[in-house]
Design a protein. Structure first.
Length: 233
């Protein structure tokens, strides 16, 4: 997604909810270019915060916020180390869960759910088993199956946080079936689905050989299950 990519459909639908609480914070965990955060910030001016660990993305996010003339803060912070206080968040977007083992995702979601106000919104994306990253060199050669009780297709980076400088925010990967997504979200208790869809596309990336400087372009098939839910009382 580049700086001009539009916000997700689920985010737009959630912002139109008549009972959305407007008193809490709006967070995007792994904000990237702030394509979602910039839309949310119109509804939550001065209370919107994006968290990101990739410097180039932080620059893009700040530029987008400036272009959209909205008020939001972009913070360099590991979201797994952020303390979330109960009943303080109105809108939460999670784009980093694809880089975590499944048990880490579940633990974070439980903490985030407690932080959400009643009628607050959670928007989150999960990689599916059709995502080609499951068979990528990253998973095959730098990750190990994570000891998640009862979960399949869950991996941890073999050196964890020791490689944060090389892979900021990436501590593994997880790939979820639709049934697994609904099971995990359903376990949070008291949810209403606002929107859900499968997003699949061919992602083009350019790699530069450090020895020759030659550029090569690769295509990666991405497959995400994107879900927007509202917390009911």
């Amino acid at each position: 997604m580049d700086i001009n990519s539009p916000p997700d459909v689920g985010v737009i639908k959630a912002l139109a909810l008549s009972n959305l609480p407007l008193t809490g914070k709006a967070y995007e965990f792994g904000c990237g270019t702030a394509r979602n955060l910039s839309a949310v910030a119109k509804k939550f001016p001065s209370r919107s915060v994006g968290f990101e660990l990739e410097p180039s993305m932080i620059d893009s996010a700040k530029e987008r916020i400036k272009q959209r003339h909205v008020k939001a803060t972009i913070v360099y912070q590991d979201v797994l180390k952020k303390t979330l206080r109960s009943n303080t968040v109105s809108f939460a977007i999670v784009g980093t869960a694809i880089y975590w083992p499944k048990s880490v995702v579940v633990k974070f979601l439980n903490s985030l759910w407690a932080a959400l106000l009643v009628n607050g919104v959670l928007h989150i994306e999960f990689s599916t088993p059709k995502d080609s990253v499951l068979k990528s060199d990253f998973v095959r050669y730098t990750c190990l199956p994570y000891p998640d009780e009862g979960y399949q297709n869950s991996f941890g980076h073999y050196c964890g946080y020791d490689c944060m400088m090389d892979h900021p925010g990436v501590i593994g990967a997880s790939f979820w079936t639709k049934d697994e997504v609904h099971q995990v979200l359903g376990s949070l208790g008291g949810i209403r689905y606002v929107h859900q869809h499968l997003r699949a596309w061919n992602q083009k990336t350019t790699e530069i050989d450090p020895d020759t400087g030659k550029k090569t372009q690769e295509k990666t098939f991405r497959s995400f299950y994107v879900v927007t839910i509202q917390k009911v009382g």
